[in-house]
Design a protein around this ligand. Sequence first.
Ligand code: GUN
Ligand code: FE
Length: 429
Amino acid sequence: MNETHENSFVLHGSVIYSKNAKELCAFEDAYAVCINGISAGVFEKLPEAYRPLPVVETKGKLIMPGLVDLHIHAPQYSFRGTGMDMELLPWLNTYVFPEEAKYSDLSYAEKAYRLFTDDLRQGATARACIFATSHKEATLRLMEMLEESGLETFAGKVNMDRNVPDDYVEDTGESLKQTKEWLDAVNQAAFRRTRPILTPRFTPSCTRALMTGLAELAKEYGVPVQSHLSENPSEIEWVKKLEPDISCYADSYKQSGLMEKDIPCIMAHCVWSDDTETAMLKENNVLIAHSPESNINLCSGAAPMTKYLELGLKAGLASDVAGGSTSSMFSAIRAAIHASKLRFRLYEETVRPLTFAGAFYLATKGGGAFWGRAGSLEEGYLFDALIIDDMAIPTAREDLTVSERAERMVYLGDERQIKGKYVSGRRLF
Ligand code: GUN
Ligand code: FE
């Protein structure tokens, strides 16, 4: 073992990661080994072979995987924490569309996206799937900034050709043309960690012709897809009226060719998916982006996450800024547990609430699956890690378990306790 690569090292501290949606693996005193940006595993005694590697001594600190935000709107970061007085559809018209329309102005976009990418870099998020706006130039600029940030991301130029104000709506053919040009420009830029993702906003703002055209681009360019699904009751009613021939909301994506087994696909929300839709999501390998705080703020509801997990659906967690007020994924874990408990008590006691282990899984390994093996410190996973000074949060107790320390961090902590961050083995700070 004579690795000299700069991305090979050992972190020494208290380590926690998810085994699965039910179990955490926690070690009071352990070594997390990174070889060329990939985890070689976590060991209580450092194996002989790894002794020559540099050891980053973080004894007494908590080491956990970097968190994964599966759904966030970069241009909505500017008005986060405001405008929580409406449900989804009026909220889009009142706050979202007017703000996003401003991103035709590249200097405004640069200023706003700088704040967004700085925030994401400094926080607990290691990986994210991001909606931009319909503007090609501003989206490319966002992707350049994301590349500089060191984060691993997918970002998408938004498509929408109906039911959007005149100053923001796109013509169908022009939307497809701009998307093709954007994909070509991204290929040209040859980013290392910033990838394109096709982003039809949601069925109410995309015609079948647009979605069918995007499905062709998904196949031609080999790019994944992200959108919104079954978020709010009034949205779902509207989709039924707009698309009378569908069996469920997801079927509008399915019939367009956007929801296929071999096209990686993220659908945000899935709060109200019925049995037909749930089966379709499973059948087509869709990754659900659970966005609990947004679902509360926009009076959308609370998704049955433990039911989805038990049925074998794939799911991760999301901030959905600015439906969610904050990009903090610690806050999103908290919100997921809170929402599931209220749902359980007030709505459906057959669907159990999320445990801490379940919510932590969604925020790490669950969402990390979109990158293959990410969101864990197990052997073979891309090495994303946070070094956290959780004991800076005062307590007289000296006998806290590592799981309790992680839970306390989620409930009481914030980004100030993050003392180090690695993404694919690269140290960001
Ligand atoms: N559905 C369509 N667009 C949006 C959006 O920007 N945010 C949320 N939460 N839902 C949407
Ligand atoms: Fe969203």
